[in-house]
Design a binder for this molecule. Sequence first.
Ligand code: KG4
Ligand code: ZN
Length: 339
Amino acid sequence: MLVLGIESSCDETACAIVRNGNEILSNIIASQAELHEAYGGVVPEIASRQHAEVIIPVIDQALKEAGVTLDDIDLIAVAHAPGLIGALLVGLNAAKALSLALNIPFVAVNHVEAHLYAAVMSHDKEHAFPCLGAVFSGGHTALVLMRSFSDYTVVAKTVDDAIGEAFDKVAKAIGLPYPGGPLIEKLAREGNPKAHPLKAGRIKERPHDFSYSGLKTGVLYTLKGQNMSAPLPVQLTHSAMCDIAASFQHTAFTDLVDKTVASARRNGCSTILFGGGVTNNMRLREMFASVAPDLDLVWPSAGLSLDNAAMIAGLGFHQYKAKNRGDPLDIEALPTLLF
Ligand code: KG4
Ligand code: ZN
């Protein structure tokens, strides 16, 4: 079964052609990062307009690279939630239009769930349930207990900023462009992680949840002293930037790794499936490997960790197989659906 996947939930317009859920024939990602760089984050209106402009060329390119035509496609899969509403609508309406015009079914997929499926697609092996799914991205920080691919319970999430969002905000504060995560990782390699004493959030009544907003404020105090009205970005020497990056990353990841591994053990999971852009960070992978050498740590391969449409097509295939029908044309885009 040949599936055409579409992803447009944030600042990547993506289309992929995937056979039978895991054979990727093409995986095209048109990033808008450059358009949003100057603003230090994604501007929703700019994102929607750019999706509308490039979605047809991106679909064409995915078909061409896969060596197929629209007539070969059996199913359309599209991310319909969660994300920026105007951005999601572009992909969802393109999918509905294709489904109508080609007279083939379409399925609407949860973007966060697809991030977890990306880890599964990346490896040719079976995973023992229950697994812990860990999504670390610009929009989400969530741990889900997965009893199967359709049975999820959220066991922890962030109460404020997502982990990737915290990386992007700290990067902005020291004058780095969006997205800041990869740049912070690079600077952190040269810095001293113990240079600045910082703390990640712990919420008394919700000890398993995450909170990164206070950590970000801690970085701001470190940068500005007590004079919080000083303008941003703060000008720093290269080595001062490296120390801030290393201290922030070390604090954030120690919290992320400890709570995630504790959740896996508490819920009887010997496997963790990882998804989302922050899982690209090599230091994060090293820290998990050293804290939990006994767990099966399943990371997405390159091209499948950041937002992409191959994961949407892959999960869409299984959803269609499970219910043996497509979704109705009046299904809506939803900005805030977790599971
Ligand atoms: O999964 P993704 O493409 O988009 C969302 O669904 O949000 O993740 C993007 C996020 C951004 O916040 C970016 O800064 C972060 O992932 N990111 C990283 C790294 N690469 C991307 N964060 C830390 N280290 C990295 N190497
Ligand atoms: Zn994502």
